[in-house]
Structures are given as structure tokens and as C-alpha cells.
Design a protein around this ligand. Sequence first.
Ligand SMILES: *Cc1c(COP(=O)(O)O)cnc(C)c1O
Length: 389
Amino acid sequence: MYLRLGYTLYRRAFLFGDKMSDIDKNVINVTKASLPPFDEYTEMLRDIWDSAWLTNMGKYHEELRLKLRDYLKVGSVQLFVNGHSALEFLIQAMDLSGEVITTPFSFASTTHAIVRNGLRPVFCDINLRDYTLDADKLESLITEKTSAILPVHVYGNVCDVEKIQEIADRHHLKVLYDAAHTFGEEYKGRGIGSFGDASMFSFHATKVFNSIEGGAITTGKPDEELMAKLYELKNFGILGQEEVASVGGNGKMNEFAAAMGLCNLRHVDSYIEKRKLVYERYMENLRDVPGIILPELNPDVKPNYAYMPVRFHGYKRDRDEIFAVLKSVNVNARKYFYPCINAYSCYKDQYDVNDTPNALLASLEVLTLPIYPDLGLDDVDRICTIILN
Ligand SMILES: *Cc1c(COP(=O)(O)O)cnc(C)c1O
């Protein structure tokens, strides 16, 4: 039954499908793009005009790549036109085969990137503590066809990286992280993009850090070979003027995007600081309410406050009622992630969503509330009052 409901609401569940008509001054959306001061960006445009170098790994592209390597505390970075294509090219570069174990509780991109590489996703359930892949259920899903694990640091919650790595090592599997939600985070002092074989970041307009559209692949130790392969793949597989070595595509980040990334990078720490105030205000307002389960910060993680996921479990109103009431006062919270990926119309025939009961439950009970740097604390109070009453 929820399945049918799922398809009807399917399109509405995605922020990225929004039209401009949803963007109105009186409407509070789940997120809002962070922008640098206008003049900072236009100053960089002057340079682009003077050089007439618009794309194809220009000067801003290289500057952003190096600055991100430092900021993210990783060994190497390759930039892409968006996070999804970064992930697709990464999977291609890794030369995987057969099955990839992943989570059904994520954005469509994670699973699509596997399938579009001709591989079969195998869904592992999540834990209900932080909604990341349940590492205790991982090993039973490994078969002789498994070649990699693709977990997601969902909402900025860091996966059990140690346990996942230990299992992967024992079975000789690659570990690729979808780190789209974890820009700037650290785990035990290490950049979050340094775990596993590689990680993908998204710099989409709606993320903590944006380059309008953009993405990156990072590795812990410098990995010249992988970076060269990714460079080749994002540029049509071209090796030199007279040699095309692989079946690549076009995944290049342009200079306008790189310039936006450079401007936003100067301010991203203050964006995160402001998000923290919003996050804390929600926590103060909603703490100790029976039936409302709030996120818990992991003391080993330097957080980025990317999302405000609240779970309504046995509360006087269910998640969909809260969603509708907020909507009626122009507050657009989001049902991230509903439906689960294994319940999408394009996958449902091959999977049973009941095989991942925690992901199913989370998809029905979690609501992500609006959070962005300049969301007013009075607006947070207003949203909480509506939820509580
Ligand atoms: C945003 C996002 C992506 C895709 O990134 P784009 O830059 O929009 O292509 C992938 N996975 C997750 C979990 C995301 O939130």
C-alpha cells in the first residue's frame, strides 16, 4: 500500500526536481543555496573574460582542486561537473564487476551510478541510530560476485568506517563512499574523504558547500594512478592529441563553477557556524519530547550540520501529518529519503523493500527540517511550535 503512495509522491520527494515557482520569499524551503558576496564572484569573472578560458581544466579549476585537497585533508582530489558523474566515473575507473553492496536509504544517485555502470546493487539495511549502512548486516550479503561496498554518510552521519574497512579487507573488496553530505567533516581528526579507496563529494547548490553544480573524488593517500584515470575518463578518455585510450565521457568542471567554489570556500566555515546555531535551536526546542527522535552527534566527528533529520516514532502526529501541516504554512520540510531506493518504480520489481525494514521505517518516519546558514532562529522557533502543537 505504501508502495502505491510512494509512486504518487515520488517526484515531490526530490528537492532537485523543484521548479522556480516553489521559490518564493514567504516560503521556507528545506535548504537554500549559500552565496558569497556578489562582488567577490564578479571580480573573478573579470579574469575569466580576460583569458577567455572557460573550461577544460583552467586556472580556477586547478586552484580549487589544490585548495580543496588542503581543506578536506585528503591526499588527492579530482573535480567533476557534478557529484553524480564523479561517482559514475569513479565506479568505471575502479573496474568493478558483478555486485556492489549499498544502502537503499539515500538519494537516487547512489544506486543509479552502480546500475548505469552495468553492475547489480545489493541493498544492505541501515541502523536506526544514525541511518547509515548497518555494518553488522554487511557480511551476510557478500557473495563471490561482490566487488565493492558503496556506503553513504547519510545526513553527514559518518558510517562505521572501521568495521566496513575490516570486512572489506577480509574479502578483498573496494570501499567507495558517497560523501555528498559530509563536506568538511572529520572523523578522529582525519578528513572524511580519506576513508576507503575513494570518496565522492557533491558541490550542488543545495549542499553545505557549492560550486553551483560540481563534485569531486578524493582519496586518503595521494593516488596518482586513480587521479590520472579519472582525468582521462572525465575528458572523453583522451590521453593525448592523437590518442583516445578509454571510453570516457564529459565530466569536466567549468571555470565559472570553479570560481564559485573558490568564493564559497572562503566562507564555508562561517556557513557551518551559522548552521550550527540553527541546529542547536532545533535541539533546544524539540529535546525530550516523547515520540520525537533527534539526531545525535558522534563525539569523534567534526560535524557540518548539513541536515536536520527528525524521526516521528509514536508521536501524537505521524510524519506525513507534520509534513502537511508545515506545508500549509509555507514551510517545505522534506521526506528524505522517501521512498527507499529499492521501492522506486525502476527497481521495485527486482527487490523487496521489506528486506530492509529499518530503511523502510526510516523512510516513513523521518522528516528533514529546513536548515541553512541564514535561516532565522525565530523561524526555527515557529517551525518547532507548529510541530509541538
Ligand atoms: C546530492 C547527492 C548526490 C549527487 O550529487 P550531485 O552533485 O547533485 O550530482 C549523490 N548522493 C547523495 C547522497 C546526494 O545527496
